[in-house]
Design a protein around this ligand. Structure first.
Ligand code: SF4
Length: 288
């Protein structure tokens, strides 16, 4: 069996930065360190941080003192203000790409544009954009057909959740162009995610099966799974080595392993080693 890895894998810079900030604080020995929701969407990484002392809260009112980290996906600024008023030390870890989406949305709202955001309405990044944009004309769409149900105004601005797929963004934009009058399009897709999608697709084209490693709650990891499946490659979405179906993959000669931007590189390399060990083969695959 040959196991192939992509050239680039592991945490993106946004996730790296957020984790580094939390770990620095944990090293100081402070025992009141909290995160408002999961810092990143990877249960295994979160478990590790919790073991080191991080406590995850869902509501700022759960704590009276200490340091509270916001998540890399962004946070409602009202919650930050509330925390500061309570005397908490609030450390924001919002990724710069996510902040850029929020900034564009606010600028569009200021100029009275109706805003169409391509993404998932229940994703924390999208929720943060909604709560930080002073408008009642922000619509979140996931499918191109949904556009037909929105009464479009004269001026429309289009933005996207950073981890949305380029294909879906383009399809929705195409539909809007058909129905809209003045449309401003902002490609706010994260470059790191796009690069990861491109590499994953190239890898998936030369193997019999793909293992995509990451949290089931991770949007960009889910996109990689859908992308591999879209070209008909057998694809397994695994959070860790315990999810691997050895019986199925042992028959294969070539498999690829990739991961989302919240999956540590060492987790992917470890899965490769575990598979080869289990199947009693020597590592042969190259490329990562
Ligand atoms: S995936 Fe992109 S937008 Fe999301 S945290 Fe990483 S760098 Fe930032």
């Amino acid at each position: 069996m040959r196991i192939y890895l992509p050239r680039k894998m592991g945490f993106c810079f946004g996730v790296k930065k957020a984790i580094a900030k939390v770990e620095d604080e944990l090293k100081r020995g402070n025992d009141k360190i909290y995160c408002l929701g999961d810092l990143i969407h990877n249960p295994k990484v979160m478990e590790d941080l919790k073991r080191k002392g991080l406590k995850v809260i869902q509501d700022i009112n759960q704590v009276k003192e200490g340091t509270v980290f916001t998540r890399a996906h962004g946070v409602d600024y009202k919650i930050v203000e509330e925390g500061k008023k309570k005397g908490l030390k609030i450390v924001e870890t919002t990724c710069p790409y996510v902040l850029k989406v929020q900034k564009i949305a606010r600028a569009l709202a200021k100029k009275s544009y109706q805003i169409i955001m391509v993404g998932s309405v229940d994703h924390p990044e999208v929720k943060a954009v909604i709560s930080n944009t002073p408008t009642d004309k922000l619509y979140v769409v996931k499918d191109p057909e949904q556009v037909m149900n929105i009464p479009l105004g004269e001026k429309v601005g289009v933005i996207a959740q950073t981890t949305e797929s380029l294909d879906n963004f383009e399809n929705i934009v195409k539909n809007l162009i058909e129905y809209g009058f003045e449309i401003r399009i902002f490609n706010t897709l994260c470059e790191v995610v796009r690069e990861r999608q491109k590499e994953t697709l190239n890898l998936a084209k030369k193997v019999e099966a793909m293992l995509v490693v990451g949290g089931h709650n991770s949007s960009n990891t889910g996109q990689l799974v859908r992308l591999c499946r879209s070209i008909g490659v057998r694809t397994y979405f695994v959070e860790g080595e315990e999810d691997i179906n050895y019986k199925e993959i042992e028959k294969m000669e070539k498999i690829g392993i990739t991961g989302g931007t919240s999956t540590p590189e060492k987790m992917i390399r470890n899965i490769k080693e575990v598979i080869l060990k289990k199947l009693n083969k020597n590592p042969e695959g190259r490329g990562g």
